[in-house]
Design a binder for this molecule. Structure first.
Ligand SMILES: [Zn+2]
Length: 237
């Protein structure tokens, strides 16, 4: 027997309420969560984070750095759409950057259910763009479709920025996309494993990974936040 997920309605989606001695059926609140999850999935949010908000994110009591980042993100959600700049989260693997990005999406979808948000992983984007590069007779239609979709989104979430090295041709496409969003003053949220500076030169920087042109544009359109950088250097490699 499968386990019942909602103990209020036994997964029927309806709960009984009594008023003036009469029984009524009302939509159960679990349905709202399901609708929220569905909307997140339409936005291409990874299923494990769909519908998961900032309330599900618990920084340690003494983790002042992460607590501040969470506060800033909460303010971002509260202030949206009166926002000038996007966000760029830097931090090592496992510090929760993807979860935070998805929490922003969930928070905004809760406020504005029809918000047009799209999540894309850098690797997937690069792979899709590269598919047009190798053709003898280049078929740009699929790439144009992808770029148009990513350009048009009200909020674009670009995760794992710089995680794979794009060819010059793919880089040109990404620059076109980022520059388009910059010119249209559209909000873009980024996360990356790469720092902007490497004091000892041992760690590759974001510029090393994505090139100066894309990096410069991103810094003009997004505010940087560093998450647990101490940890970050330890976790490197
Ligand atoms: Zn229910």
């Amino acid at each position: 027997m499968t386990k019942v997920k909602c103990t209020i309605c036994d997964d029927s989606g309806w709960k009984k309420i009594e008023k003036d001695g009469k029984e009524f059926l009302r939509r159960c609140k679990c349905q709202k969560i399901e609708v929220l999850k569905d909307r997140c999935l339409i936005s291409n949010i990874p299923p494990r984070f769909a519908g998961s908000g900032l309330d599900d994110f618990y920084p340690e009591e003494d983790d002042n750095n992460l607590r501040k980042v969470v506060r800033d993100i909460k303010k971002f959600i509260d202030d949206y759409p009166a926002i000038q700049k996007g966000l760029l989260l830097h931090g090592g693997t496992g510090v929760g950057k993807t979860r935070l990005l998805c929490a922003i999406a969930t928070g905004i979808i809760k406020k504005f259910p029809s918000a047009d948000i799209y999540y894309i992983d850098w690797n997937d984007m690069v792979r899709e763009m590269r598919s047009g590069e190798s053709h003898t007779f280049r078929d740009f239609s699929l790439i144009n479709e992808l770029i148009n979709k990513l350009s048009a989104a009200e909020i674009l979430i670009m995760d794992e920025l710089g995680s794979s090295m794009p060819s010059q041709w793919v880089r040109d496409n990404i620059y076109y996309l980022i520059n388009h969003r910059y010119n249209k003053q559209k909000i873009t949220l980024f996360a990356t494993n790469y720092p902007d500076e490497s004091p000892d030169g041992e760690i590759p920087t974001l510029k090393d990974r994505i090139g100066d042109r894309i990096r410069s544009r991103i810094f003009e359109m997004a505010k940087s936040h560093y998450i647990n950088t101490l940890d970050y250097r330890q976790k490197w490699g």
